[in-house]
Every structure is written in C-alpha cells, then in structure tokens.
Design a protein around this ligand. Structure first.
Ligand code: G
Ligand code: G
Ligand code: NA
Ligand code: MN
Length: 249
C-alpha cells in the first residue's frame, strides 16, 4: 500500500526519475520546451506524484525534493547538447518560493548554465501567495532571466488573486477546461476568455491536456500560443528523449 513506501529510503537512494512532456509552438509546430514531470521508483516500478508528493510533504522534504529535480534537470540538459535550446519548465509550489535557500540554489544553477532557458510553473495552492517572501523570490528569479508561469490557471479560487499580485510571463490553462472545449460550451468560453486575457496582458498562453485534433483546431482558432498534451506525447523518460526529438523534427 501507499504508506508502505519508505520515502526517506527512496530519497536516500535518489530513486527519482525525470520525465519530460513537449510544449509545442502552435504557429510553427516547433518544439519550445519540455515540462519536467517527476516519478519515483522502486523494485515494483513507477510511483506517481499523486502517491509520493503527499508522502514527501508529510516528511517535510518538499524543498529537498525540488532541489533534486532542479539538479537532475540541469545536469541532463547540460549533458544533452541537442536539447539545450529548449526551455525547461519545472513545477514549484508557493512554499518552494518562500524558501530563500532554494531560490539561491535555483539561481546558482541558472547562473552556472546561462544558456539554459528555465521557467518555473507555479501551481495554484491554498498557500498565501502574496507573502512578501514569495514576491521577493519571484523578483529575484525574474532578474535572473527565469520565467514564471501560472500553472493550472482557472482551477482554484485564488486564480485572480495570483493574476493580480504575481509578475508572470505565461499562463497555463488547466487541462480540466481544455480537454473538452469541442463539446463543453462553458469550458470553451473559459478558455476563449483566458486566451483573450493573456493577449491583453502580453503574456504567452499554454493549453495543457490536449488529446484530440478537434481540441487542437479550436485552440488554433482562438489564438493559443503553446500546446501540450497526449496528442503530441505523454511525458517521456529522459533516456528516450533525444530519440523522440529526432523523430519529431
Ligand atoms: O504526470 P503527472 O502524474 O506527473 O503529474 C501529476 C501532478 O504532479 C501534476 O500536478 C504535477 O504538477 C505534479 N508534479 C509532477 N512533477 C512534479 C515536480 O517535480 N514537482 C512538483 N512540485 N510537482 C510535480
Ligand atoms: O499541470 P500539472 O503539472 O498539474 O499537469 C501535469 C499532469 O497532467 C501530469 O499528470 C501529466 O501526466 C498530465 N497530462 C499531460 N498531458 C495530458 C493529457 O493530454 N491528458 C491528460 N488526461 N493528462 C495529461
Ligand atoms: Na505543471
Ligand atoms: Mn497544470
């Protein structure tokens, strides 16, 4: 069962794998970058974030986990030269952003690899997002040429509060709205207004969770900038990524 996982042991052995899901420019069909999606593993196979993230949280290891992801992602990108022009998009929480030590760690990696483009996807959360420490961290990240994306846009009550207080250069529309815009009028309306809002704010807009051509075509009509979803690819394990890119190109 879930509680059988010894999260401390998995951590000690760094049983963490990175998967990468492509983000595609809708005008040119070029690859823009990849979202990093973490998995842990043991002798029985993959353990998914829905299972291990709560355990990490309970063990107080959130920041340590994000550090592992940052270190592994930079190491991989620095090593695979053919990937280095693509943006790395890494998921972070508001709690992560309130930790100065983690921000130092991220900025150090970015400065050591100035050519690597980095975006942080900030997930909606209950946490207080307009804390001075979070806003101060975001300012430091931006000065260091790190992008900020509002992830899961539209999903929670704090959506417009985030929009109002956080400087960002990208909005990611939550996949629960995107997945059925071809059949759900309400969702179509939400996605259409979000894209219009992003245009007015001069930020780019990503639609995640695209599974069908029909959804993709509507997003193209609405002027969405960047596409992500199973239609292009599920998250890809690092060791298969250059092969995927070569096939796509
Ligand atoms: O493919 P998927 O099952 O990976 O992801 C499920 C959830 O876990 C998503 O909401 C995703 O944002 C989150 N997630 C995946 N990888 C990471 C990570 O490295 N850090 C954080 N904070 N969340 C992650
Ligand atoms: O935004 P977040 O970081 O919460 O989203 C990442 C999650 O969405 C991961 O669990 C990833 O595997 C999943 N995902 C990515 N593309 C698709 C898709 O096209 N359809 C569905 N259902 N899930 C997707
Ligand atoms: Na994300
Ligand atoms: Mn999301």
């Amino acid at each position: 069962s879930v509680s059988d996982y010894d999260i401390n042991q998995l951590f000690a052995d760094e049983q963490v794998l990175l998967c990468f899901q492509p983000q595609i420019d809708m005008k040119s069909n070029a690859i823009i970058g990849f979202e990093v999606l973490a998995r842990m593993y043991d002798e029985n196979g993959y353990i998914y974030p829905d299972t291990f993230l709560p355990l990490i949280d309970k063990a107080g290891l959130n920041v340590d986990f994000t550090k592992i992801i940052i270190a592994k992602a930079f190491k991989f990108w620095a090593h695979e030269k053919m990937l280095s022009s693509y943006t790395l998009s890494i998921n972070v929480t508001a709690e992560d952003l309130s930790c100065d030590n983690l921000i130092d760690y991220i900025i150090r990696h970015k400065q050591a690899h100035a050519d690597i483009k980095l975006t942080l996807e900030l997930t909606e959360s209950q946490a207080i997002i307009n804390q001075a420490s979070v806003l101060n961290s975001i300012a430091r990240l931006i000065i260091n040429d790190i992008g900020i994306s509002l992830d899961d846009f539209g999903k929670s009550y704090s959506t417009y509060e985030r929009l109002d207080t956080i400087p960002f250069n990208e909005i990611k529309i939550d996949r629960s709205f995107v997945c059925d815009i071809d059949t759900n009028e309400q969702h179509h309306l939400i996605v259409e207004s979000t894209i219009a809002l992003a245009k007015k704010m001069s930020v780019s807009v990503v639609a995640e969770g695209i599974e069908t051509e029909s959804v993709l075509n509507i997003l193209a009509e609405l002027g969405c900038d960047i596409a992500q979803g199973y239609l292009y690819s599920p998250p890809i394990e690092g060791r298969y990524l250059t092969a995927w890119v070569n096939r796509y190109l």
